[in-house]
Write a protein that binds this ligand. Structure first.
Ligand SMILES: [Zn+2]
Ligand SMILES: [Zn+2]
Length: 355
């Protein structure tokens, strides 16, 4: 990128690349904020929007009622269970007392106690009857709970049916909504990409190139990164296809640039040496010499070999003798390094042709 050997110019260029990156960063930030602040074009839909509202309300009410009923019945069952176990405990203790009493009576064998035996037997019988009543109540409550549970399950199933019926319509509505949202995004980002392509084609070497490159980075980022969360299932196709198209365009341009360069180089090497020196930029020539390549044909040349004065590949003169002091010097230097005499003095036609 940087052809210049001047230190400040190099750093200026680096600074300008920073400007491009920072410009892109701010553009991306601004774009993100703008999109965030845009009013929501689409309202979010739920599954319920696709169910019959009256039916849904009825079923919901049904579920609420059956749940309430179930809770009440379950509480009542708990009460009955407690009553039953209390009755059981009463019977058990009375029966134990009775058994103990009967045992003592056998031991004493007093006939006047027969009346009491009858009364005690009756008491145990009564308690047992109470226990049976409590058990019957418990069983009834259990049955009621089962009924309530079944009613609740039935209402739930009804709700499930409603949901299943709405599911298809809901899914397709959501899909088409996603598609619309993606369409809006694409309608925003694709023109940006096209503008960036036009900038790349026509403006990338203009004076304000850092802004041009900043915009190009911004457009690429927006299209290939920020669009991703909105891609529908097949959105990947669009991204990859656009990516392929861009790569093909850039690659085609690179191939054509290479061919143009090779053609230019071939034509240049066919020109006489003085003509070729005219078109060579001073900084470019020095940069190539530093890398150990011929400034004319860009092939490797051993510049340290003091016997090599001409490029063995293209024949361009690399070293000559100073006209004033006769020192061996680079033909691309503007002044003799030994005596400071201006170089190329015997070459006036080339200098005359320059302005
Ligand atoms: Zn050469
Ligand atoms: Zn000299």
């Amino acid at each position: 990128m940087s052809k210049s050997l001047r230190l400040s110019e190099k750093w200026f260029r680096r600074g300008l690349w920073m400007v491009a990156v920072v410009f892109a960063w701010f553009l991306i930030g601004l774009g993100g904020t703008l999109v965030g602040d845009l009013p929501q074009i689409e309202q979010t839909q739920t599954l319920e929007d696709f169910m019959d509202p009256i039916e849904l309300k009825t079923v919901r009410e049904q579920i609420r009622k059956t749940e309430l009923n179930e809770r009440e019945v379950s509480d009542a069952l708990e009460q009955s269970r407690l009553k039953h176990s209390a009755a059981e405990a009463d019977t058990d203790s009375e029966r134990e007392k009775f058994m103990a009493w009967v045992a003592t009576r056998k031991a004493t064998a007093l006939p006047d106690q027969d009346q009491e035996l009858i009364a005690r037997t009756e008491r145990v019988d009564n308690l047992q009857a109470l226990e049976r009543v409590a058990l019957a109540q418990l069983e009834m409550q259990q049955k009621l709970l089962l009924d309530a549970q079944q009613a609740n399950r039935k209402a739930q199933l009804q709700l499930n049916d409603l949901e299943r019926a709405a599911q298809g319509e809901y899914t397709s509505a959501i899909q088409s909504q996603e598609l619309r949202v993606f369409g809006y995004r694409l309608a925003l980002t694709l023109p940006l990409l096209l503008v960036a392509g036009w900038f790349y084609k026509t403006k990338r070497q203009s004076t304000y190139w850092p802004f041009v490159w900043g915009f190009i980075y911004f457009a690429l980022f927006v299209f290939f990164v920020e669009l991703v969360p909105y891609l529908p299932s097949y959105g990947g196709y669009i991204r990859y296809i656009v990516g392929i198209v861009i790569t093909v365009l850039v690659g085609r341009q690179a191939i054509r640039a290479l061919n143009r360069y090779l053609e230019q180089q071939r034509l240049a090497e066919a020109q006489p040496e003085t003509k070729r020196r005219e078109v060579l930029d001073y900084d470019t020539a020095l940069a190539r010499l530093l890398k150990g390549i011929c400034p004319g044909c860009e092939r490797t040349v051993d510049l340290k070999d003091s016997t090599i004065d001409f490029c063995p590949h293209c024949g361009i003169g690399l070293h000559d003798k100073c006209t004033a002091c006769g020192s061996r010097k680079s033909t691309f230097s503007k002044y003799c390094h030994a005596c400071g005499t201006g170089a190329r003095l015997p070459d006036p036609p080339a200098q005359a042709a320059q302005p």
